[in-house]
Design a protein around this ligand. Sequence first.
Ligand code: PRP
Ligand code: URA
Length: 215
Amino acid sequence: MSETSPTPATGLSGDPVPGTESTRVVMDADRIARACARMAHQILEANRGAKDLMLLGIPTRGVHLAHRLAAAMADVEGVAIPTGSLDITMYRDDLRRQPTRAVGHTHLPGPIDDAVVVLVDDVLYSGRTVRAALDALGDIGRPRVVRLAVLVDRGHRQLPIRADHVGKNLPTAASERVRVRLEESDGVTEVTISRPPGSIAADSPADPADFSEEA
Ligand SMILES: O=P(O)(O)OC[C@H]1O[C@H](OP(=O)(O)OP(=O)(O)O)[C@H](O)[C@@H]1O
Ligand SMILES: O=c1cc[nH]c(=O)[nH]1
C-alpha cells in the first residue's frame, strides 16, 4: 500500500467537509506484520538470542503485540519466548482525575528477577504509560534489564523515556490521535491517524531526534 491512504469525510468536491474529523491509514496489516517481524529480529539481536528474554505486553493491544512478537521470534529461534501481560492501571498518574478505570490483568509467565524484560505497547506518546509500567514492574521484582518495544512512536514525550525498538516513527501534531487496531481485539489490523476538525497537520514535534525514519 502507499504510505498514507487518506480517508477523510469528503464533500462532492472531494475536499474534507469542514467540521469533520479526517482519518487516514498509515499502516495496514502487511506493514504491521513486517514491522513486528523486524522488531522481533532486533530484539533477538540486541539480546544475542532468546536467553532470559520475557515479553510483557501492556493491556490491551500491547499484549496482542507481545504475542505477535513472540510468534515471530519463535519462528527464528525455534523456542517459545515467555510472554505475559503487565497491568498498569493502579500506577497511572491520572488515577485521581479518572478514578473509574477497569483494572486489567497481570500475567507473569515466570520469575522476573534477572530476566531481560521487554515491555511491549502499541503507541508511545507522553511516556506516562511506560513510566507506570516501570513502577508496576519494580513492585514485582528486579529484572536484569528492561527494554521497550512499541509499534508506533508518535513523539510528544512528557517524560525522559525512549523506546529501544520501534515499528514506525510517526511525526504527529499533538492534536492528532493515533489508533492501533488489531484483529485480536478489533476485528481489523491497521494504524490510523485522525485529525480533529479545524486542526492542521503535524506541527513541530517535541523532539525532532525522535523521528529518524524506520521503514
Ligand atoms: O505514552 P502515553 O501518553 O501514556 O500513551 C500511550 C498509551 O495510550 C494508549 O493507551 P490508553 O491509555 O489510551 O488506553 P487503551 O490501551 O485502552 O487505548 C496506548 O495503548 C498506550 O498504552
Ligand atoms: O494518539 C495517541 C495518544 C496516546 N495513546 C494512543 O493510543 N494514541
